[in-house]
Design a protein around this ligand. Structure first.
Ligand SMILES: Cc1cc2nc3c(=O)[nH]c(=O)nc-3n(C[C@H](O)[C@H](O)[C@H](O)COP(=O)(O)OP(=O)(O)OC[C@H]3O[C@@H](n4cnc5c(N)ncnc54)[C@H](O)[C@@H]3O)c2cc1C
Length: 401
């Protein structure tokens, strides 16, 4: 009997595990998942970890109980797309198909001095250790400065302000705050920050971070007992190695790899990509943003296309239609910004307890989707399509079993 092809999945985040579930259910490939962590990290709940809330990190091995699946806990060091192999700290793995789903991390070099003097919300263990520092700062009413006003910092600052009200929290933003929300959304976010006593400094550029302060380019100095920097995510640096077989591919400014609309990279459909590491233009020509909102469907779609390729079938283009963005503002408040399918904010927002319930439901779903699919072998997760999606793409349908 012909041996099954070997699919190597790098990364066991939202994208990697959704891809694994779609490939394993076909029973037409052996799948090896390589990841640094043997437990599933709910990255979208790291701001909860920041205040000491217990957040589950389930065992990936328990989810990957399939007879064609193997989990390797190791760090990927090198990818050889010409020789079709991956080198980790301890071994080398050959593959027939490769899925790159190594995600992203906070860009530590975005602000001078940050790498030495700031802290980053990255990884459950480190974030959990940080929570103890915030707790002790609360006793002295310490100053915490957040550099960058993206959603990670906003959610983290809100969570901290609600849990540790004696902290004096400042959020510094280079541009105008919340300008990709509707007027109603912007007003509510400002209201929530006022209520939580979060000072907003917008249109201010950070020059550098020192041990005790954040220096701005206008010469002012913000006292900081702790500085948190989340001034953007960068895709895994290993992405550069994927472009070796296709030198005409250039990474985008955030280190993401441009791919074909079906999520393949390069000419021969052996290398695939999904999640934060992937640069793919949506119908409106803007690249899909980083977020687990896209990592889950991209992972599932890449997995399905790998199965189609193994079967010698045509692959399908990835399509996605947005519906809303959800931002938690502590445990008792949240904002749901409803959007058009192209992610343009609509006037409609939902706030307060209803929004908290929606946000919590979304967070649960992001963990339950890969878990349930891997455990049951059923294709349970679907995602919305753009309004003009063709019938084949409807609801993430596919024909791989
Ligand atoms: C505090 C916070 C809140 C967020 N909230 C939201 C939200 O509300 N909505 C939203 O859509 N997004 C949110 N995000 C972003 C979201 O978490 C990411 O977009 C998502 O995790 C990307 O999924 P991924 O599968 O591409 O990568 P990841 O989840 O980052 O997974 C990458 C995987 O690769 C592994 N890995 C990395 N490097 C190596 C290596 N060298 N060797 C082996 N394994 C490696 C990791 O261990 C991990 O298993 C939030 C992020 C943060 C930090």
């Amino acid at each position: 009997m012909k041996p099954l092809p070997h699919v190597l999945i790098l990364g066991a985040g939202y994208a990697g595990l959704m891809a694994a579930s779609r490939i394993l259910r076909s029973r037409e490939a052996n799948v090896t998942v390589i990841t640094t962590r043997s437990r599933f990290e709910q990255r979208i709940r790291l701001h909860e970890v920041l205040t000491g809330r217990p957040v589950q990190s389930p065992s990936i091995r328990d989810w990957l109980g399939h007879r064609h699946a193997r989990l390797v806990t190791d760090r990927v060091l090198d990818i050889d797309v010409v020789g079709k192999s991956v080198t980790t700290r301890t071994a080398r793995y050959a593959y027939d198909y490769l899925l790159f789903a190594l995600g992203s991390e906070v860009d530590r070099s975005a602000v001078p001095g940050a790498a030495q003097h700031a802290v980053f919300i990255d990884g459950q263990a480190d974030t959990s250790a940080l929570s103890r520092r915030f707790r002790s700062l609360q006793d002295t009413g310490g100053n915490v400065v957040f550099v960058g006003a993206g959603l990670t910092n906003l959610e983290s600052a809100s969570e901290l302000a609600e849990r540790f009200p004696a902290l004096r929290i400042t959020l510094v933003s280079r541009g105008r705050l919340f300008d990709d929300f509707s007027d109603q959304g912007q007003r509510y976010l400002r209201f929530a920050c006022r209520r939580l006593n979060i000072r907003l400094l917008e249109g201010r550029e950070v020059q550098r971070v020192t041990e005790t302060a954040v220096m701005l380019t206008d010469g002012s100095r913000l006292e900081a007992d702790l500085t948190v920097v989340a001034a953007g995510f960068r895709a895994s640096g290993l992405g550069r190695q994927l472009t070796r077989s296709a030198p005409d591919i250039t990474l985008d400014p955030r280190g993401r790899i441009p791919c074909q609309p079906d999520l393949s990279v390069g000419p021969d459909k052996t290398v695939w990509i999904a999640g934060d590491a992937c640069h793919l233009a949506a119908d409106n020509q803007r690249p899909y943003r980083m977020g687990c909102v896209l990592a889950l469907p991209m992972g599932a779609h890449a997995g399905e296309n790998i199965v189609r390729t193994i079967r010698g079938r045509e692959t399908r283009d990835f399509r996605f239609g947005f519906m809303f963005r959800c931002i938690s503002l502590g445990r008792r408040d949240a904002l749901i910004q409803w959007t058009g399918r192209d992610d343009t904010p609509l006037a409609k927002v939902t706030t307060g307890h209803r929004a908290v319930r929606i946000k919590e439901w979304v967070c649960r779903l992001t963990c339950l989707a890969p878990k349930w699919e891997l455990k049951t072998g059923l294709r349970l997760y679907r995602w919305p399509q753009p309004r003009n999606a063709d019938v084949h793409a409807e609801g993430g349908q596919y024909d791989a079993g």
